[in-house]
Ligand binder design. Structure first.
Ligand code: SAM
Length: 319
């Protein structure tokens, strides 16, 4: 699969990035290292001390960028190492998100931790596979704050991170990183083929409605039966994807798909529930009580539930 020379713009017209380097999906390798952290306030204090130690004030801009990268990388690795022990304890997810510095739960930003702690608790000690689009840091910083959080929260999870920028340095033993553009059908399809099934999918990538819908249509089939698909920050660029999901919701309730412009209408049979939670849309996979039951041969799906559900959906996406 190839992709070259394309440019991406967000809906506001601001240039988003260059994609010249992407030759399809690139899988990261694992590396090692260590380091420290604390809770959000302590981190700020530590930053000040560190700045003194490294003589921050008299450094050139280039040196500052390099030091910042090094610091972020060491921090990422330290939290990753710590996760091998701390993930075994039921540490509240809200606290973990704060420790890791994720904007998913930060004052003045989002409060997703309250929703996620309930949603993810049933998965906490299970060998799940979690996919997140959007590693963070964009083309400048290292990112990986939410990867750290998932590593610290789920002791037995396999984590897949994807970003349009190369984030392969963040790969670890339980975390694979792909370089991927979520506006590319080919790349989404290939990711699904390589890595399905997922138990949790989080779209925290470009936040463009068109990308959010496309990713949903290509990745939903790779979600296991009963799995959770989350789209974050739906209002960032106007939230036009909300209408799409409201229409889907109507389909689930009254079997009416006439205003839904779906790439694949049969996916709708596999939506058990859609929740609109502030700036989040949460979709729970399963046979729904209206259309799903009618459209699927009753005996087909229930027996070997997850396995059969997945293969049925894979066929659906291919059509
Ligand atoms: C909000 S940040 C993710 C933050 C991270 N999930 C966290 O919670 O710490 C969004 C990320 O999406 C990436 N991104 C932007 N457009 C993308 C695209 N078209 N495909 C994949 N990733 C994209 C950016 O490079 C950026 O790193």
């Amino acid at each position: 699969m190839r992709l070259c020379g394309s440019r991406h713009f967000c809906e506001s017209g601001v240039q988003f990035r260059d994609v010249n380097s992407i030759g399809g999906l690139t899988l990261g390798k694992s590396t090692g290292v260590a380091y420290v952290s604390g809770c959000a306030v302590e981190i700020e204090g530590m930053k000040l001390v560190l700045k003194r130690v490294v003589g921050w004030a008299r450094r050139t801009e280039a040196e500052k960028v390099m030091l910042r990268h090094r610091f972020q990388f060491i921090r990422y690795r330290a939290l990753y190492l710590a996760s091998h022990v701390f993930s075994l304890f039921p540490i509240p997810l809200v606290l973990i998100l704060r420790i890791c510095g994720s904007d998913k739960h930060k004052s003045g930003q989002h409060r997703y931790g309250y929703t996620y702690r309930k949603l993810f608790w049933p998965y906490k000690y299970k060998p799940i596979k979690l996919l997140e689009i959007g590693v963070g840091g964009y083309g400048v910083g290292l990112g990986g704050e939410s990867l750290n959080a998932w590593q610290l929260y789920f002791p037995f999870a396999e984590i897949i991170g994807c970003d349009i920028h190369d984030k392969q340095r963040l790969a670890t033993l339980n975390t694979k990183i792909y370089q991927l553009d979520q506006s590319s059908r080919d790349q989404l399809e290939m990711l699904a083929k390589l890595e399905e099934p997922f138990d949790i999918i989080i779209d925290d990538g470009s936040h463009l409605s068109s990308h959010q819908i496309l990713s949903f249509e290509y990745l939903y089939s790779a979600l296991s039966d009963g799995g959770v698909y989350i789209i974050e920050d739906v209002y960032t660029f106007g939230g036009t994807c909300i209408k799409y999901f409201i229409n889907l919701q109507r389909y689930i309730a009254v079997n009416d798909l006439k205003d839904v412009d779906m790439g694949n209408r049969k996916l709708a049979n596999w939506i058990k529930e859609i929740r609109f939670d502030g700036n989040l849309i949460i979709i729970i996979k399963g046979v729904n009580g209206t259309s799903g039951v009618e459209n699927l041969a009753k005996s087909e799906c229930r027996g070997k539930a997850a396995e059969e559900g997945r293969s049925l959906n894979s066929r659906v996406v291919a059509t």
